[in-house]
Design a binder for this molecule. Structure first.
Ligand SMILES: Cc1cc2nc3c(=O)[nH]c(=O)nc-3n(C[C@H](O)[C@H](O)[C@H](O)COP(=O)(O)OP(=O)(O)OC[C@H]3O[C@@H](n4cnc5c(N)ncnc54)[C@H](O)[C@@H]3O)c2cc1C
Length: 393
């Protein structure tokens, strides 16, 4: 039985512990550990659609959107709730966590910047799992360097005409709509970008390529050729797209730490159970001090990650700035989870590298989290920039 005493930490309210308990029970009953879809794109797509629907039917997606009038659990997205949901789902199944996270990230800009009509048209369907969302920021030549974006939107009366490419887009291929960031040219660099909602059946929009990754989930390169978008689908002011993207990532970056924490907790649970049952040299693996040192390191890493994650989530829920805290949480939780999972694989010996073994899956699941929504190096620069700025104030 996993240790849940962290739910008594002062960062949480009673409703958070109840949320974790209920979701954990739901996931145990409804989310199978191994869906067996492997790298089969059609099977992964089908499983992802099924998970979105199941998460919507059970009411969990209400936490991914803001606005009770549109089906949200609260008027403002509760960061502690999305971290707990991601942590809990990640402990059970990586694709279930992905399905939840993308509904939030993909619709986050609508929750934060959409008009009442935009919110009414999309958010209730996202919350019920009836519409699948995606967030399209990255391009082949603009990943960490977002301001190098080339995809362009030119205003033509009451429309914008979109041309260009996006890549590494999660839910690409199965999403019903995409929040797309494009250069509108009000100013050079980051100040000349706007955000738009693009429906999947818009003429001129196509999935150019599906991409297979280490831990399979729907992912694609998108192409826009003369794609006409009504100006009413623009989110926020023209030229404010960078702000829209950063505000959305600000909400969800801490939840990447939450998911990493879930993967790490699962690895620790698996390692503990294995170490206590694996017989060798006339005792168990857990009887060796070398193993105990590993377990101590893993458990301390998990708690340190949890403290940073829920500190950042709590601070954001207080309405305070979390640029530095979210970066610390994301960097520490993703890097620590990789180390914890690697230690678990090592303890399992040969079993640890057998395809679809729980720790082998975790080993693949965690890798991309150190890269997306700002690679570890980007988080280091953010933390240092904040420190140096504080030094000058
Ligand atoms: C599985 C997966 C899902 C994704 N989903 C989405 C999505 O849904 N929507 C979306 O828009 N994007 C998505 N991305 C894209 C992701 O955000 C980018 O991959 C990420 O921003 C890095 O960009 P890049 O791949 O172009 O790498 P680059 O920008 O080329 O960076 C490569 C590496 O350089 C290093 N680096 C970066 N900056 C610095 C620096 N200043 N100093 C030193 N080293 C540095 C880092 O180690 C980085 O990993 C996804 C990516 C993956 C892998």
């Amino acid at each position: 039985m996993a240790d849940k005493s962290y739910l008594d930490w002062p960062f949480f309210e009673q409703r958070h512990a109840a949320l974790e308990r209920e979701l954990d029970a739901w996931a145990a009953a409804n989310v199978r550990d191994d869906h067996g879809e492997g790298h089969d794109t059609a099977a992964v797509d089908a499983q992802c659609r099924k998970l979105v629907r199941a998460l919507g039917d059970a009411g969990w997606l209400r936490h991914a959107i803001g606005g009770t009038a549109y089906g949200g659990a609260l008027d403002v997205i509760d960061t502690r709730a999305i971290c707990l949901v991601r942590e809990t789902l990640a402990r059970h199944n990586g694709l279930a966590d992905f399905a939840f996270a993308m509904q939030g990230l993909g619709s986050g800009a609508i929750s934060l910047f959409g008009s009442a009509a935009n919110k009414q048209a999309y958010l209730p369907r996202v919350a019920k799992g009836e519409a699948i969302a995606a967030f399209a920021l990255s391009e082949p030549q603009a990943g960490s360097d977002v301001a190098a974006m080339q995809c362009a939107a030119v205003q033509d009366g009451e429309h914008y005409v979109l041309d260009g490419e996006k890549t590494w887009i999660s839910n690409g291929g199965i999403a019903d709509f995409y929040v797309v960031f494009a250069r509108t040219g009000e100013a050079p660099g980051a100040r000349g970008i706007s955000a738009f909602i693009v429906d999947r059946d818009t003429p001129g929009f196509e999935i150019a390529e599906r991409i297979n990754v280490i831990a399979p989930h729907p992912l694609a390169r998108l192409k826009f050729s003369g794609c006409r978008i009504p100006a009413s689908q623009r989110l926020g002011e023209a030229g404010q797209g960078f702000k829209v993207a950063m505000a959305t990532l600000d909400v969800f970056r801490t939840s990447v730490a939450g998911a990493s924490l879930g993967f790490a907790r699962r690895a620790l649970d698996e390692a503990l159970a294995h170490a206590q049952s694996r017989k060798m040299f006339g005792q168990t693996l857990a009887d060796f001090q070398l193993t105990q040192a590993k377990l101590a390191q893993m458990a301390t890493g998990v708690d340190a990650s949890a403290l940073l994650t829920y500190r950042a989530a709590w601070q954001r829920d207080q309405g305070r700035k979390v640029t530095r805290e979210a970066a610390m949480a994301k960097m520490t939780a993703t890097e620590t989870a990789q180390q914890v999972i690697d230690a678990a694989v090592q303890m399992f010996g040969g079993m640890g590298v057998v395809s679809e073994h729980p720790v082998e899956r975790l080993y693949r699941e965690i890798r991309a989290l150190r890269i997306y929504e700002g690679a570890t190096e980007v988080q280091q620069l953010i933390i240092a920039r904040e420190l140096l700025r504080e030094g000058k104030e």
